[in-house]
Design a protein around this ligand. Structure first.
Ligand code: FAD
Ligand code: 5PR
Length: 369
């Protein structure tokens, strides 16, 4: 069996490895001239870690990622929740730079002989198993995977998009040196909210020995706080302890808005859509990549032992089995984004953590967890 995959992000690489592990030949097309991740840091919960283990990327991820001892929410200086995570806690949560996660997945992909082509852009697909490329090529495959992100060309060419939504809140994400912010509470993930003197939020996330990821949320109407370069005095007026980190930002940073996508169906004939292309969600539960990797692995599992002519049906069974959890996670994340409920503390309940607690298809319960 042969697969052509559009997009070498977290979803595309995971699908590629999982298919290759099951005997497929796989080619992945990445539109960028380089194989690399964009953006600052990322959270990976238990479910994502299990998938990384199943595709052989776990050791590479653990080595160099950060295991915070706790996850705290603080509002106007008052601690509202402080949950132990990792050792002694109920959940495992590794934080890392996006480039670190990407590097570990890429190394795992290279170990299993996957063809990775850069500067190769998909423009669409056909249900009978064809990936159409920008250079005019028509690539036939037993399976085509659209893992080409929130603006997926593969998805749009098949008319699968049901709804897309952009949110009003946006966020500046930066990576800076930790500097003096180390030890004790500074080793925890801290969700700092301030409502006085103005409404701002910084999700403070150590990502390694010396890397700090900050997700800085400002209402769109607060132009002084949402502009780039970051206005250190404005942000330090709410978070004086973070001044050294704020000063280290310099001219870097980017303001991004949240987007969601839902599809009428995750597949059409021999074409499957995975990751943000299928189910982009607000980052409030930190499960976008987690769900992307789960669905990429379960896609490969769903086709195991299935004869070529049975793929259409197998892909519908895959969606029926896997989609309810993703839909639930996306809806919960959207609710949290809309209500700003996280300002009252992280809801450490089974409803919000259903995805984190899930044993993904294709992974082994127990293992290192
Ligand atoms: P992408 O990462 O977008 O990868 C798609 C790839 O396809 C890219 O390499 C792109 O260049 C390529 N491509 C695009 N178009 C084409 C084309 N036409 N042809 C070929 N290649 C193409 N998730 C978490 O799990 N934890 C977090 O902590 C977390 N934090 C987040 C914070 C923010 C602010 C945001 C916005 C998201 C966050 N997410 C998080 C979500 C996570 O980033 C995404 O869900 C994840 O990156 C999706 O992976 P993907 O491979 O589907 O898409
Ligand atoms: N969690 C994470 C995150 O990056 C953000 C949020 C929650 C890991 C924002 O970037 O609530 O917006 C959030």
């Amino acid at each position: 069996m042969h697969a052509e995959i559009a997009g070498a992000g977290f979803a595309g690489l995971t699908a590629a490895i999982a298919l290759r592990q099951r005997g497929w030949t796989v080619r992945v097309h990445e539109t960028n001239p380089e194989l690399r991740a964009f953006g600052a840091g990322i959270f990976i919960w238990d479910n994502g870690l299990r998938v990384l283990q199943a595709v052989g990327a776990y050791d590479g991820v653990v080595n160099g990622a950060f295991a915070a001892p706790g996850y705290r929410t603080q509002r106007d200086g008052t601690c509202l929740s402080d949950e132990k995570v990792n050792a002694g806690g109920r959940y495992r949560l590794l934080t890392m730079t996006r480039q670190h996660l990407y590097g570990a997945l890429l190394a795992a992909a290279r170990r299993v002989d996957i063809e990775l082509v850069t500067s190769s852009t998909a423009i669409g697909a056909a249900a009978e198993g064809v990936l159409h490329m920008a250079d005019g090529r028509r690539l036939e495959a037993d399976l085509v995977v659209g893992a080409d992100g929130v603006r997926s060309a593969v998805r749009d060419s098949l008319g699968l998009t049901d709804a897309r939504r952009k949110y009003l809140d946006g966020i500046i994400r930066v990576l800076v040196p930790r500097g003096p912010l180390k030890g004790g509470v500074w080793d925890e993930v801290i969700d700092f909210w301030a409502f006085t003197p103005r409404t701002l939020r910084i999700l403070y996330t150590p990502c390694g020995e010396d890397e700090l990821y900050m997700a800085m949320m400002a209402p769109v109407e607060d132009q002084a706080a949402s502009s780039i370069p970051v206005n250190v005095d404005v942000w330090a007026s709410c978070f004086p302890d973070l001044r050294p980190a704020l000063e280290a930002i310099g001219g870097s940073g980017r303001y991004d808005v949240y987007e969601t996508t839902t599809l009428s169906r995750w597949s059409s004939g021999r074409v499957a859509i995975v990751g943000d292309a299928a189910h982009a969600m607000p980052p409030t539960l930190a499960q976008g990549a987690g769900c992307a990797m789960m669905n990429a692995l379960s896609l490969a599992v769903a086709l195991e032992g299935v004869p070529r002519q049975g793929f259409g049906e197998a892909l519908m069974a895959w969606e029926a089995r896997e989609r309810p959890l993703t839909d639930h996670t996306q809806a919960s994340a959207a609710h949290l984004a809309k209500t700003r409920e996280l300002a009252n503390g992280m809801p450490w309940n089974d409803d919000c953590f259903r995805a984190a607690r899930h044993i993904p298809t294709g992974t082994v319960a127990g293992a290192h967890f």
